[in-house]
Design a protein around this ligand. Structure first.
Ligand code: GUN
Ligand code: ZN
Length: 429
C-alpha cells in the first residue's frame, strides 16, 4: 500500500459551518494527514501519526495550512480566454464576448487546449474539482472530461443546450439536445472520476420543448446532476417573463419542465421571489453563489444569510469567465464583501467551508471530495499563510488561526498555494 504523511496545521470540517462554525470546525496547529492509496486514512495529531507510521515518507509543511482542495461549483471552461472582458452586463456580455468565443470550441483540438489551460490554472490556484458548462459541441464535453482524466481530477460537466436566442452555429434542437446529452451521459457519467450534469444554459436560450426534452432525460437518469442559471439579473428576469408568460416565476420555467430537483444546481439565484425560495428549500436543490461574477457583471447581492437560514444547500464558484478570477481565495473575499454589504460578516471558517465542503455537498459529493477526513479522496490544498510581504506582516500579528488565515483569504492568490495533491499524488503546478 502506497502511503504518505503530510504534517502542518490542519483544517477540517464535520457538519455545516454556515449553521454553527464552532461546532463544525476542527483545527490542529500541529496536525497530520495520512494518505493511503489515494485516500485519506487518518487526520490527527502529527507527532502521533509519525510515531505510528515510522516507515511512511513525510512531507512537513511547517506552519502552512493543510485543507481539502477547493471545489468550484459553477464555471464555464470555454470562457477562460475571455475572462475580464470590459464593460457589459449579462445579455450584452453574452452576445458581445461569450457566444463568439464558444463558437470556437467547434474545433475539438482548440476545446482540449482551453480545457487543459483551465485545469492547469485551477490547480495552480488550489482548485481540485470544477463543475463546468461546456459548449453546444459534444466534442467540448469530451475535451473537458479527457483533460480532467489526464490529471486524475474529479470534475462535473455537461453539453450546454440552446435552441433559441443564440447565433447560428450555437443552436441545437430539442431532440438534438436530448440525443447528444444522453450519449455524453452514457459515455462519461461515472467514468473514472467524471460526473455528468444535464445542462440547459438558461430559460431564455431554450424553447419549452427543449426544456421538456432535458427534463425527460433527467427523469430517465435521476442519478445525473442538472445545472443551469437562475435569476441572475433584473433585465434577464423580465425577459424570462416575456418568453414564458404562463410561468409563475423564473424557477417555474424549470419546474414546469421537470428541471427542478434535489440534484439540481441553480447558479447565481440572486433575485428570488418567496415562492422560489420555498420551492428550492422543499425539494432540497442547491444554489451556487458566484460573487466575483455578480459584482463584475453587475448582477446583485446574493442573500447568503437568508438562504442559509432556510437550510438551502449553497455552493461557491468563480463563474469564470463572467467571474473575474480563477482563485477561490479571491472568490471567498468577494463573498465576504457581499456579505458585508448585506450586513452579515461571514467568518473565515464559513468561507473556507463554502469553498470546500459546501460546494462538495452542493454537487452531492460531500464526504468524498472537499473533505479532509477519513475515507475522502486525497484532494488536498496546502496554503502558505505568509505568501506575500503584505500578508506576512498582517499574519505575524495574528493571535489565532482565523486571524492568521483571513489576510490570505482577503489578499491571497496563486502565490498562497504551497502545494496541491490530487488523488493522493502531488501535483506540480
Ligand atoms: N447566463 C446564461 N449564460 C451565462 C453565462 O455564460 N455566464 C453567466 N454569468 N450567466 C449566464
Ligand atoms: Zn454561469
Amino acid at each position: 500500500m502506497e502511503k504518505h504523511l503530510l504534517l502542518g496545521q490542519t483544517l477540517a470540517f464535520d457538519g455545516c459551518a454556515l449553521t454553527d462554525w464552532q461546532a463544525a470546525t476542527r483545527h490542529d496547529s500541529a496536525g497530520g494527514v495520512l494518505i493511503a492509496d489515494g485516500r485519506i486514512e487518518t487526520v490527527g495529531n502529527g507527532s502521533a501519526l509519525r510515531a505510528a507510521n515510522p516507515e511512511v515518507p513525510v512531507t512537513d509543511y511547517g506552519d502552512a495550512l493543510i485543507g481539502a482542495g477547493f471545489v468550484d461549483a459553477h464555471m464555464h471552461y470555454p470562457q477562460t480566454p475571455i475572462v475580464a472582458s470590459w464593460g457589459k452586463q449579462l445579455i450584452d456580455w453574452l452576445n458581445t464576448y461569450t457566444f463568439s468565443q464558444e463558437m470556437r470550441l467547434a474545433d475539438p483540438a482548440y476545446a482540449r487546449a482551453v480545457a487543459d489551460t483551465t485545469l492547469d490554472l485551477a490547480l495552480a490556484h488550489g482548485t481540485t474539482t470544477l463543475c463546468s458548462f461546456c459548449t453546444i459541441h459534444p466534442g467540448s464535453v469530451d475535451a473537458w472530461f479527457g483533460a480532467a482524466a489526464a490529471r486524475g481530477m474529479a470534475v462535473v460537466g455537461g453539453k450546454t443546450c440552446m435552441d433559441r436566442n443564440a447565433p447560428d452555429g450555437l443552436r441545437d434542437t430539442a431532440q438534438g439536445a436530448y440525443d447528444d446529452s444522453k450519449a455524453l451521459l452514457d459515455r462519461w457519467h461515472g467514468n473514472g472520476r467524471a460526473t455528468y450534469a444535464i445542462t440547459p444554459r438558461f430559460s431564455p436560450t431554450s424553447t419549452p420543448d427543449q426544456l421538456a426534452a432535458l427534463g425527460a432525460l433527467w427523469a430517465e437518469r435521476p442519478d445525473a446532476l442538472m445545472q443551469t442559471h437562475l435569476s441572475e439579473q433584473v433585465p434577464e428576469i423580465a425577459w424570462v417573463r416575456d418568453l414564458f408568460p404562463g410561468a409563475r416565476d423564473y424557477l417555474d420555467t424549470y419546474e414546469a419542465h421537470g428541471l427542478l430537483g434535489a440534484r439540481g444546481l441553480y447558479g447565481h439565484a440572486i433575485h428570488l421571489a418567496p415562492r422560489e425560495v420555498d420551492r428550492l428549500a422543499e425539494v432540497g436543490a442547491a444554489v451556487v453563489h458566484c460573487p466575483t461574477s455578480n459584482t463584475f457583471i453587475g448582477s446583485g447581492l446574493f442573500d447568503m444569510a437568508g438562504l442559509a437560514a432556510r437550510r438551502i444547500s449553497i455552493g461557491l464558484a468563480t463563474d469564470t469567465g463572467g467571474g473575474s478570477s480563477f482563485s477561490m481565495l479571491r472568490t471567498m473575499a468577494a463573498a465576504y464583501e457581499i456579505g458585508q454589504l448585506r450586513g452579515t460578516a461571514l467568518h473565515p471558517a464559513q468561507l473556507m467551508w463554502l469553498a470546500t465542503e459546501g460546494s462538495a455537498r452542493a454537487l452531492h459529493m460531500g464526504g468524498s471530495i472537499g473533505h479532509l477526513g477519513a475515507g475522502a479522496t486525497a484532494d488536498i490544498t496546502v496554503l502558505d499563510l505568509a505568501s506575500t510581504p503584505a500578508i506576512a506582516q498582517r499574519a505575524a500579528r495574528a493571535s489565532d488561526v482565523w486571524e492568521a488565515l483571513f489576510p490570505t483569504i482577503m489578499m491571497g492568490d496563486d502565490r498562497a498555494v504551497r502545494d496541491v495533491w490530487v488523488g493522493g499524488r502531488r501535483v506540480v503546478t
